[in-house]
Design a protein around this ligand. Structure first.
Ligand code: FAD
Length: 470
């Protein structure tokens, strides 16, 4: 029997896509790269995933696990040979269990993040992972990339929000700790090896996730300032005053806001002046809305009086809060509408952040006068998206082909020098593989290679991503 016919016997004729327009699966979200696959298969159950893995192992076919294909480091794409199989989890999306007592939910890997958020919200609970791609990205993808997002400060990233996993291994076995307990000291923590493994060690088919009670009040402030140093001071003051009620502390530079104004003119951005830095801060409180609002005013007024910041707006309603978030979440989309750019997803100790920004701008301006900086992200986590925009005189294609390698190295070298990381939340994929070799501790890197060789000796699970073993 032909390979495709045999795949059809495993997942049914509606579970296999072959030929035709497969661009949604073969091309990345930014339309930067395109591969060519043998077929896309959509398993409906863990057993079908096991059967597919056994089938692929027998025929020596490489498997590319894929969720919503929203990753930003080319981790879910096949190579160009037409021989690799995309195993897309989007049809594996049952809710297997939900406990208000345990504050947990068990979902299959293909559920979108938004589906999980909406389901638990109907029960007055909160699943706090929150990304601009949440309508499309999947829980399996979130865990495979250990996604971060805008509420990490208070609730942690995907790793902290996961209580247990079900994984299909390269041997075709099912690892399962979905019935995990809060306390269970019985050996190696394999769950945390799989979180962040980007599909290179197995396929996440289900997860038990941690839930929280909904806060009684959610409030946002939008502040503007001309000095980056004020943002760092403000972060410290916010943490002192609010403790772990500060959920998000998101900064945006002037260029990022200008791009949103240009591509989303209907969005109402607070303060029309040319402010160098904008800040969106969210507070979750278990006191009443009115009490929280009064506390927020008490906190904010002295900041204005002491000229620590230039202006402040406080949201008055759920609608206003949503609109403020819309501005922040539109930045990556506004940037992609503007054209290709060089993305850096850096993490730095807060005390080194300002010196990085100052030094980097001087270094980059010397290399390429006229270069633009779109800087935004999760300052509360020490994580900035430090994206470089081509000078007006140059096409984005020329910018990338001539400068991507050298400018990325310049940025990553400086980040390394300042004790930071070149990939704070997007992972490694194909795009950051050489950086991993260059910057990762060599002992740890060697250990990663050994682990990949041991768990996937045939190199059939997402080959060419994260670490090369041959
Ligand atoms: C507009 C936008 C905003 C974003 N914002 C953020 C952000 O704030 N924080 C952040 O961390 N990321 C962000 N991202 C990146 C991306 O959304 C996340 O990495 C997300 O977790 C990927 O989920 P996905 O289902 O789309 O995975 P995919 O893109 O399909 O896959 C990503 C990786 O995970 C592997 N994988 C996917 N599913 C599985 C599975 N079930 N089992 C094993 N491996 C699997 C793939 O092989 C690949 O290596 C953003 C992306 C966009 C487009």
């Amino acid at each position: 029997m032909e390979i495709i016919d045999q795949l059809t016997t495993i997942v049914g004729s509606h579970g296999v896509l072959v030929g035709g327009n497969l661009v949604a699966y073969e091309q990345d979200w930014r339309s930067r790269a395109k591969g060519k696959c043998l077929a896309v298969v959509f398993p409906h159950s863990t057993q079908e995933v096991v059967d597919l893995v056994n089938f692929c192992t027998y025929h020596h076919i490489a498997i590319i696990p894929q969720g919503g294909n929203t990753g930003l480091v080319l981790g879910a794409l096949p190579d160009s040979t037409g021989q690799q199989l995309i195993l897309n989890l989007q049809k594996l999306k049952a809710f297997r269990g939900f406990s208000k007592t345990d504050l947990s939910i068990i979902v299959e890997g293909g559920c979108t993040l938004k589906e999980v958020q909406d389901f638990v919200a109907c029960h007055d609970l909160l699943f706090p992972l929150s990304l601009a791609s949440e309508d499309s990205c999947t829980i399996g993808g979130n865990l495979a990339t250990n996604a971060g997002g805008v509420q990490v400060m208070r609730y942690g990233n995907a790793r902290e929000l996961c209580l247990g996993l079900e994984v299909v291994t390269p041997e075709g076995k099912v690892l399962n700790n979905l019935n995990s307990l809060k306390k269970d000291n019985t050996g190696y923590d394999w769950k945390n090896i799989y979180i962040g493994s980007e599909g290179t060690l197995g396929i996440i088919t289900a997860a038990k996730l941690k839930l929280f009670t909904q806060p009684s009040a959610t409030l946002c402030t939008w502040m503007v300032t001309h000095r980056f140093s004020s943002l760092i001071t403000l972060l410290q003051q916010s943490q002192m005053y609010w403790g772990n009620r500060v959920v998000a502390f998101e900064v945006m530079n002037r260029t990022a806001i200008e791009l949103v104004k240009k591509h989303f003119p209907h969005l109402n951005i607070p303060f029309q002046g040319n402010h160098d830095w904008h800040l969106l801060c969210e507070i979750h409180s278990y006191e009443s809305y009115q009490q929280t609002q009064e506390q927020l005013q008490t906190f904010c007024l002295p900041l204005l009086e002491n000229k620590e910041i230039d202006d402040i707006a406080i949201s008055n309603s759920y609608q206003q809060t949503t609109q403020l978030w819309k501005i922040r979440e539109s930045i990556p989309i506004a940037q992609s509408k503007q054209g290709l750019n060089i993305k850096n997803d850096i993490g730095l100790p807060l005390e080194n952040m300002e010196s990085f920004l100052l030094n980097m701008e001087a270094l980059l301006n010397k290399q390429l006068p006229g270069i633009g900086y779109v800087v935004f992200g999760h300052l509360g986590d020490g994580n900035l998206h430090y994206n470089l925009q081509c000078p007006q005189s140059m096409s984005p294609q020329d910018f990338l082909s001539q400068y991507e390698k050298s400018l990325t190295t310049l940025v990553s070298d400086k980040v390394f020098e300042l004790q930071g990381t070149f990939s704070a939340e997007h992972g490694i994929g194909m795009l950051k593989k050489t950086d991993l070799v260059r910057y990762k501790d060599s002992v740890v890197f060697d250990w990663m290679v050994k682990m990949k060789k041991h768990l996937d000796p045939q190199n059939l699970f997402n080959p060419g991503k994260m670490v090369d073993i041959f």
